[in-house]
Design a protein around this ligand. Structure first.
Ligand code: URA
Length: 242
């Protein structure tokens, strides 16, 4: 890939800033000063240095966030703050995006990455990756609801949801439940409960496949995935990426 693109991807500045670094002879490739940003380099075999420091090239970024309410799952928005606004500059240059949408008021596990393949593996309804949620429900959740969700509840627009596993943690006028679904239609969990005349008043995603929300992450906090979590992701995309 082009040297200037690689440096841009790694956060060494704007095109103009990188041009200036090159002009000032601050960039070397295999110990040779390079002034032309268009030269092609191989990040796996060439040793690229900026002001004497080796550039450790990383193409992909994988972050786990505990999404706070009040932020939307998008990369940009004219009105609202997005989950990307929470991410520090150190990661912004990777152009991460959220994997699967959580509603503005939903909290919990959100993966941010620039790996489109992984995003597809985790969110495509064909892949059947379960996502589980904890929810508070205004209404008495019953065994009949468990059966309806298991056989596929029909939403208000006539769509029959795929079978979902509903677990009642507490049944009462205010119920608490966990639910596992394998698809991510717009407002899916909320609409499933609306179909049985109940209202979700709080929603938090707990898991996506084998990825579990790190309980040490407070709302708005995020961290890079661990090696174990990455291995799971790479097992989905069947290709080691670095
Ligand atoms: N289902 C919903 O209704 N909202 C979410 O944010 C996620 C799943």
């Amino acid at each position: 890939m082009r040297l200037d693109k690689l440096l841009g991807n790694m956060g060494y500045g704007s095109r103009k800033e990188i041009k200036s670094l090159l002009k000032k002879k601050h960039i070397s490739v295999n110990e040779t000063i390079i002034k032309d940003g268009s030269v092609h380099v191989d990040p796996d075999s060439d040793i690229i240095k900026v002001q004497g420091d080796i550039v450790h090239y990383q193409k992909y970024i994988y972050l786990m966030m505990n999404k706070p309410p009040g932020f939307i799952s998008a990369t940009a928005d004219k009105v609202d703050k997005t989950v990307i606004d929470i991410v520090s500059k150190d990661y912004q240059h990777f152009n991460p995006f959220p994997v699967g949408r959580l509603d503005k008021d939903t909290e919990g596990l959100l993966l941010l990455t620039n790996d489109g393949d992984l995003a597809h593996q985790l969110t495509s309804p064909k892949k059947d990756v379960p996502k589980s949620y904890y929810a508070k429900i205004d209404g008495f959740v019953t065994e009949a609801d468990i059966s309806s969700f298991k056989s596929g509840i029909v939403l208000e627009d006539g769509y029959k949801a795929k079978p979902a596993k509903l677990t009642i943690l507490h049944a009462g006028n205010e119920s608490e439940i966990e639910i596992a679904i394998t698809e991510g239609k717009y407002h899916q969990v909320k609409r499933m409960f609306e179909a049985v005349d109940k209202k979700v008043t709080y929603l938090k995603r707990l898991t996506m496949g084998n990825l579990k929300l790190d309980e040490n992450l407070r709302l708005s906090e995020y961290r890079e995935l661990t090696d174990q979590e990455l291995n799971y992701c790479f097992s989905l995309t069947k290709e080691k990426k670095s």
